[in-house]
Ligand binder design. Sequence first.
Ligand code: PRT
Ligand code: ZN
Length: 304
Amino acid sequence: MAGSEKNSMENGRLRLAVQKSGRLSDDTFELLRQCGLKVSQSRTRLYARIEELPIDLLLVRDDDIPELVSNGASDLGIVGGNVFEEERLSREVPLDAEIVMPLGFSKCRLCIAMPKSKAYAQASDLAGKRIATSYPAITQAWLHENGVTDAKTVNMSGAHEIAPRLGVAEAICDIVSTGATLESNGLGVAETVYFSEALLIGPTAKLSPQKKATLDALTGRLQGVLRSRNAKYVMMNAPRDAVDAISAVLPGADSPTVLELAGQTGKVAIHAVCSEDVLWDHLAELKSLGASAILVLDIDKMLT
Ligand code: PRT
Ligand code: ZN
């Protein structure tokens, strides 16, 4: 790292390790943008600087993030739960990092899959099988928990889906998102062993008071963005005597605001923040309770 680059990363600025490029990085940068944090990319692309809060980003491969956080090279990291859990389970020396908060993106599943031509009913069907995976620790932990003692994991760093055809293994354990990769290789999910999403990780207890204040500001903004993601602002007119029934239908809403409508005695306006998505079924139910002029609006930011 160039001298001037290193200097600008000191002075109590919080270091956050993020994936340089890949499936996590676009959503990570988008989340930071939604938090009002602009990232200025350095020419060398080893690190980037955030101006609005004293935070420097380390741009690295996702596999390196748990170790960088654990050994103190970075204060925090954003990494897939699958990578964090594998690292946590496979280390002899415990990882000095914990989950600060789940971030709700890069959701996927780690699944054991087998050729569709082979029957699968229960965990014991994996007895004596070889399972190709780059997640041996998570796979073995699941096998152990499910009483399968004589299955073996075969380490592969990619292209697991061809392992059964190559005769390298009878099953695989890999990340599944849409399921299209399994489908196109004639494989079907036998078991889901881990549900994953992006995580903010860090040994937060070790932070200086200055860095802790920056972390609090960051998590406050992240929570605001995550809360508002599915949240909707709902407005409608409704019969005064239907307010209680309508409140019960609104998903994840606290007490709604009920406002008088000029010149109308039997009708009121109802405004509510719904913390869960408002579906067409909800609207149909509101209408059947007498609601009219129903508006559902996205919420950009929310601080509670
Ligand atoms: O270069 P670097 O080491 O930083 O990145 P990488 O190549 O190791 O990881 P990358 O960028 O591919 O993935 C980063 C993280 O994204 C993963 O650790 C997961 O947490 C998450 N993620 C979300 C996924 C997927 N979805 C995903 N679909 N990671 C991988 N896949 C692959 C999977 O391995 C399989 O080959 O996509 C294929 C399956 O996808 P579907 O849609 O066909 O089911
Ligand atoms: Zn990786």
